[in-house]
Ligand binder design. Structure first.
Ligand SMILES: [Zn+2]
Length: 161
């Protein structure tokens, strides 16, 4: 960081403090050339997250849509609304780590993985909803994994639709 007094690029961080809500980090720096102290703030960059659908259409990631899908899948299951919000937020976070553009398949898989830890029945339901919309490429494999080894089907068995 360029020193505001002498323009030197050499500094060291002498103190680092997170804001109360965790949305920013304040760093106290000292210029190594002139000893001047100055402060910088670090924040999460708000990059739009885009979902690329199988059709090639792009739409902004919408956690509300994820929650709506989850509400459908968890209907009648002992899962609170807060857990669904958290799950959607967790999916968004992991998708942002993937980059600015993610596929709808990747989002579906991320939801499924988290939902599986929460409630297997809901996860199976969610997977079948995805299958209906033809959005989850490897639905069959996921479902087999969900149901465990006892449900493994022979690869020669014709698929029933
Ligand atoms: Zn300086």
């Amino acid at each position: 960081m360029r020193c505001p007094a002498c323009g030197s690029l050499d500094d060291k961080v002498v103190d680092s403090r997170q804001s109360e809500d965790g949305s920013s980090i304040r760093r106290r720096r000292a210029c190594l050339a002139c000893q001047r102290r100055f402060t910088t703030f670090e924040r999460l960059e708000e990059v739009p997250l885009t979902v690329v659908k199988r059709s090639g259409d792009r739409e902004p990631f919408d956690p509300a849509k994820v929650v709506a899908g989850l509400e459908l899948a968890t209907k009648g299951r002992p899962i609170g609304a807060e857990a669904l919000d958290q799950l959607a937020a967790g999916v968004e976070e992991s998708m942002r780590l993937e980059g600015a553009e993610v596929t709808s398949d990747a989002v579906g898989r991320a939801v499924l993985e988290r939902l599986r830890d929460l409630d297997v029945v809901a996860a199976v339901r969610f997977a079948s909803v995805y299958k209906e919309f033809d959005d989850l490429a490897d639905f069959e494999r996921e479902l087999d994994e969900l149901m465990g080894p006892s449900r493994l089907t022979k690869s020669t068995e014709p698929k029933r639709h």
